[in-house]
Design a protein around this ligand. Structure first.
Ligand code: ZN
Length: 463
């Protein structure tokens, strides 16, 4: 199926130009161009190609079939059933676990080779409203009334279609393909956290959930919540007590600390940002009576910040203030270094204000980091496969969370820690919004990338 993509573009151009007397020679020439802007493209109204025609491509059809089933986080059962049905039609063993995730497997045709795991999530941002799919000659999108769900059904469909092709191709010598389709990635990562990893044999995992074709993301940041707490118990009246040097103001002091604590990028390297820290909120002083009033009287305000700032008390020396931070890092040791540095800052503060005020900085891990593996074989193989598919690989880290982070801390059936990669097999734009769209040309190329990845994995890496 090496020239599959090219044939598909030719087919599209054939459809676009059918009846206009353009010779087959021209189809080949224009197949190098983006087909919505090619030299032989007809006037605007003829550019719109029927989605039905596009769905003659099996990958696109599976994608549209799944995208048309609403699957907000926690309500993925219908799409899970459809996935199992499609796989079973191709004689591929697939089933739902107790939590509702789907697992499928194609056994090895060569037991000397190692299996590969593809993973994607079934839930999408959005509700149960219908998904009316449109195609504008370049992008698949909705009627703009809701999300398309290419995040992550593009990944799910690519994995399914690859499995079907592998299953059909009896001559291909491979070490097996495992598929995991999870629930609730978007809201709570509860699906991946309920996976039983002990029956998965693969060591390498391709999580098909990046939004740019050719992305091979080899590390991802942790997410740690942290709270800075300052208490200055004496307090007092802002007039009568103001001259008393023993009465320090917690809000003033938290400002002093915030000023010393780093903000923004803490460390970066050639792959991007390694560690960052961001203050999310700071609160303190005479705000409590006003917040209580909002709650008790169910007060609606256009801006609660404005409302509270206007109504907060000013006639007291504040006793308590807090700030909330997030820390993200793809290097555990560097995150630890940052937290220790901040704790040192608070220690020095506590010495300075001993007996008057006390500060504490408490960090609570929310998502562990996905650190880059020392084994770079699969990164290199992925980059080669991507180039072979005619796309540009981009091996980087990413400064956010994904299911890769969970895999990176779990062990497979033989006790080996998974080596996950976050892979982009299409250009998806405006994810999580009603303008979400997927570029068809990039998706077809992304699918070739994935296919070549699997083929090369079973040739090069499995001796
Ligand atoms: Zn996603």
């Amino acid at each position: 199926m090496k020239f599959y993509y090219k044939y598909f573009v030719i087919l599209i151009i054939f459809i676009l130009t059918a009846g206009n007397g353009v010779s087959s020679q021209n189809y080949l020439i224009s197949s190098k161009h983006n087909f919505s802007q090619g030299d032989i493209i007809k006037p605007e109204k003829e550019k719109i190609m029927d989605i039905k025609e596009l769905r003659k491509n099996k990958l696109i059809d599976i994608f549209c079939t799944l995208a048309e089933i609403p699957s907000p986080s926690g309500q993925e059962d219908k799409v899970a059933q459809k996935i199992i049905e499609i796989l079973k039609q191709a004689d591929i063993e697939a089933k739902q676990d107790d939590f509702g995730n789907v697992k499928a497997k194609i056994p090895a045709t060569d037991s000397a080779k190692k299996p590969l795991l593809l993973s994607a999530h079934m839930d999408v941002i959005g509700d149960n409203s219908p998904i009316n799919i449109k195609y504008n000659g370049q992008y698949i999108e909705t009627d703009k009334k809701r999300t398309l769900g290419a995040d992550d059904k593009a990944g799910v469909a690519a994995a399914i279609n690859l499995a079907i092709e592998i299953k059909k191709n009896q001559n291909l010598k491979h070490g097996g393909l495992e598929l995991v389709f999870t629930k609730d990635e978007e809201q709570g990562l509860s699906g991946i956290n309920h996976i039983d990893f002990s029956d998965l044999e693969s060591e390498y995992v391709l999580v098909l959930d990046a939004d740019k074709l050719g992305q091979i993301l080899v590390a991802g940041a942790s997410y740690t919540n942290a709270v800075l707490d300052v208490t200055a118990p004496k307090g007092g009246h802002s007039g009568i007590d103001i001259a008393d040097k023993e009465r320090v103001n917690a809000v003033k002091l938290i400002g002093e600390l915030i000023n010393e604590i780093p903000q923004g990028v803490y460390k970066a390297n050639e792959l991007g940002v390694v560690t960052s820290i961001n203050i999310g909120s700071v609160i303190g002083g005479g705000v409590e009576p006003c917040i209580k009033q909002i709650s008790d009287e169910n007060i609606k305000a256009e801006s609660y910040i404005d409302y509270i700032a206007e109504k907060s008390m000013t006639n007291l020396i504040n006793t308590h203030a807090k700030a909330r931070y997030s820390i993200r890092s793809s290097e555990l040791a560097n995150e630890k270094e940052l937290i220790e540095k901040i704790q040192k800052i608070t220690e020095n503060f506590n010495k300075k204000y001993e007996g008057l005020a006390k500060a504490e900085f408490i960090a609570t891990p929310h998502l562990p980091a996905f650190e880059r593996s020392n084994d770079h074989k699969l990164e290199e193989l992925g980059a080669k496969a991507c180039k072979a598919a005619g796309a540009e690989p981009s091996v980087t880290s990413f400064h956010a969370g994904a299911e890769t982070h969970i895999y990176a801390h779990k062990k497979n059936k033989s006790g080996k820690t998974f080596k996950p990669y976050l892979i982009g097999c299409a250009d998806v734009y405006n994810m999580h919004s009603s303008d979400e769209k997927i570029n068809v040309e990039s998706y077809l190329k992304g699918y070739e990338f994935l296919k070549k990845f699997f083929e090369m994995y079973n040739v090069n890496e499995n001796r």
